[in-house]
Design a protein around this ligand. Structure first.
Ligand code: SF4
Length: 288
């Protein structure tokens, strides 16, 4: 049965700054859930720490607001316990590409069947505007008043090389495209990475809605001939930043998921398996 919008509404309204790009992501997640036809109680939103990581509080389904940089291992645990659930990880660039970078990479090489949404606003918004791993070189913040020296993390190139089996990018100012990408990411069987260009209207005065609107290019349009199964073409698309930023599906491939390869899950989700005949005393004895 299709989900109605009102059943996804929570009593509280998000407390993001007016105009924050997270509002577009919030809308798109709910629109995607309405389109996907998955029962509401079969979703779990798992988030880290940051402005956008408050998302599970404002979408009425199961959720887990975890620690900074830790949504990927928690989501992996959810999938191992009940791999029939639809798990969406959500967090910011500081959370996923900074403190959570190790978890981000290992999630992709395992290929759990999850969608990981990264709200990439190129700044730490919740802590009032410090440089993040994706801040552009030269960007001035309270933590780098003379401008960023480091080369920014390229999340698309990283995801393509680390083994993600679906890699895409969206812009939170284009809710229709974003909704479609979330639907595709959930429907993909494997780890789907969706980096979302998300303006932080309060602390990032450079990468604004207008700045992105002037640069975003939909892959596959204007006969650019992008082949989503071509890893080299995906790398090439990932190198574009500045005059043109590609949105859409960069890369996808079919591979067995981690859950599909685990013999312990062949009999069904762990939560449904009987533990009556399992004796853990030998294991406990070894630890004594
Ligand atoms: Fe959004 Fe930035 Fe405000 Fe955080 S600080 S709610 S990212 S506009």
């Amino acid at each position: 049965m299709a989900i109605e919008l009102k059943s996804l509404q929570t009593k509280q309204f998000p407390n993001w700054c007016p105009g924050c790009g997270d509002f577009g992501i919030w809308m798109a997640i709910k629109q995607a859930m309405m389109q996907l036809g998955i029962p509401q109680e079969e979703y779990v939103l798992v988030s880290g720490i940051g402005c956008g990581s408050k998302m599970p509080h404002w979408v009425k389904t199961f959720g887990f607001h975890t620690l900074h940089g830790r949504p990927a291992p928690v989501a992996s645990g959810v999938k191992l316990a009940n791999h029939k659930l639809t798990v969406i990880i959500i967090g910011g660039d500081g959370d996923g590409y900074g403190i959570g970078m190790g978890h981000f990479i290992h999630l992709m090489r395992r290929n759990y069947n999850v969608l990981y949404i990264i709200e990439n606003n190129q700044v730490y918004g919740l802590t009032t505007g410090q440089t993040s791993p994706t801040s552009d070189q030269g960007f001035c913040t309270i933590s780098t008043p003379s401008g960023v020296l480091e080369v920014p993390v390229n999340p698309m190139a990283l995801a393509i090389s680390a083994g993600a089996t679906w890699v895409g990018r969206s812009f939170s100012g284009d809710i229709k495209q974003l909704t479609d990408m979330i639907v595709q990411g959930v429907q993909h069987n494997g780890t789907a990475i969706l980096d979302i260009l998300q303006p932080c209207v309060t602390f990032n005065k450079k990468n604004t809605y207008q700045w992105y609107q002037e640069r975003v290019h939909r892959l596959g349009e204007n006969e650019d001939g992008h082949d989503v199964h071509d890893r080299v073409a995906a790398f090439k698309a990932s190198q574009m930043w500045g005059e043109r930023i590609n949105i859409g599906v960069y890369f996808k491939e079919e591979k067995p998921t981690y859950e599909e390869q685990l013999p312990q899950l062949a009999a069904g989700p762990l939560v449904h398996q009987s533990i009556d005949n399992i004796d853990i005393n030998p294991l406990l004895d070894r630890l004594r």
